[in-house]
Design a protein around this ligand. Structure first.
Ligand SMILES: NC(=O)c1ccc[n+]([C@@H]2O[C@H](COP(=O)([O-])OP(=O)(O)OC[C@H]3O[C@@H](n4cnc5c(N)ncnc54)[C@H](O)[C@@H]3O)[C@@H](O)[C@H]2O)c1
Length: 340
């Protein structure tokens, strides 16, 4: 099977590319290397003879000239939610027009599609106005898990909109042109080859700043670090994608919620505590009380449907993830400094 991975030099894309290449698939990547760390990941792809096409995903003319692929795994995005405040064009061109271009290419070649979507398709606060107060007062008991049946109406950030509208476009192609697809709505994902920034990839960022002893800030919701997210190990996601590829002729045109869920989640405060333990370093945290209009207090995935469909569950917990990211960051510390 011949596979094209868009965003193939990014964190998720490169991990999937390496995983599938090692299992005998022909894998190519499409990535314009706009993310700094992607040049680091490209070197690893090159060692494995995975070719990258340095093309902007918004450029259909160039995409249409690529060879035919049996499957396109769409991992290309401007993945930082906060970018949608100041660069709407970039978010829409990369995330939505990019998906449209991939769909047009898939239609022409009868390729299947696996799309990496996001939990941010749900509205801010999950529609619950009291969540923020409960986060600040620490009275939040996490009972709610989000799944495919949760409501999607309401503001969600331009990033969230770009992911949801991409999902909807994929469904339309599935309906009108019989394109076979799978959509994975993922919570936070982490693991080696992730380059954390202030607004994206917080697990990697937290560990890195502890390693280099750089002080940080708890931003929003009173500045206490009580926000909670689930975190999925990239290896668990790669195993799931492998299962999905094997069964894609039978199981397709489906949307799944995928995440670390109850097995693997953390508040920022707890993450700090674990980073201190793992690195042996303590850093200072300033408090920024004001909350970004796009931040959400917590998110945990309900994996019921994906577990039932593929008999898949995350195997790795938060400590596994932190230890693996730490190992990667600390062993590559010298060279990573140029990319972070
Ligand atoms: N990492 C997470 O926690 C997470 C969670 C949920 C969903 N996702 C989704 O998974 C996918 C991959 O995320 P990631 O964390 O690997 O992000 P990433 O930023 O590491 O990777 C994205 C890649 O796309 C490339 N790219 C960006 N704009 C491009 C353009 N216009 N043309 C060509 N290439 C371009 C970048 O260079 C980068 O290598 C995204 O669709 C994201 O929305 C990620």
């Amino acid at each position: 099977m011949k596979i094209l991975i868009t965003g193939g030099c990014g964190f998720v894309g490169s991990n999937i590319a390496i995983y599938l290449k090692k299992r005998g698939f022909i894998v190519h990547s499409l990535d314009n290397l706009i993310r700094k760390g992607s040049k680091f990941n490209l070197k690893i792809l090159k060692q494995l003879e995975i070719k990258n096409f340095n093309i902007d995903i918004a450029n259909f003319k160039k995409i249409s000239k690529l060879a035919k692929y049996d499957l396109i795994i769409d991992c290309c995005a401007e993945a930082a939610v906060e970018v949608s405040k100041h660069d709407i064009d970039r978010v829409i061109n990369t995330n939505l027009i990019g998906t449209l271009n991939i769909l047009k290419k898939a239609k022409k070649n009868n390729s299947k599609i696996i799309f990496l979507s996001s939990s941010r398709v749900y509205p801010i606060n999950g529609g619950d106005k009291h969540l923020t107060n409960r986060i600040i007062s620490k009275k939040l008991k996490i009972k709610k898990l989000f799944n495919e049946n949760d409501r999607i109406e309401g503001p969600k950030s331009i990033y969230g909109f770009s992911k949801l509208s991409s999902e909807m476009l994929i469904e339309e192609f599935g309906y009108a042109f019989k394109t076979k697809y799978i959509i994975n709505r993922c919570g936070v994902i982490s693991g080696p080859l992730q380059f954390g920034k202030q607004d994206q990839g917080f697990i990697s960022l937290w560990l890195w700043n502890h390693i280099i002893k750089k002080n940080m800030k708890y931003i929003g919701f009173g500045g206490f670090g009580h926000q909670v997210r689930d975190v999925l190990h990239i290896k668990d996601l790669c195993e799931l994608i492998f299962l999905q590829i094997k069964k894609i002729n039978k199981i397709n045109k489906k949307t799944f919620t995928v995440g670390g869920s109850k097995k693997s989640n953390t508040s920022l405060k707890n993450l700090t505590h674990l980073c201190e333990k793992i690195t042996g370093n303590k850093i200072k945290f300033a408090r920024v009380k004001k909350t970004s209009i796009y931040d959400i207090p917590y998110y945990l995935s309900d994996n019921k449907l994906i577990t039932k469909t593929y008999n898949w569950k995350p195997k790795k917990n938060l400590l596994d993830i932190l230890n693996d990211v730490y190992l990667w960051l600390s062993t590559n510390k010298k060279s990573l400094k140029n990319y972070l």
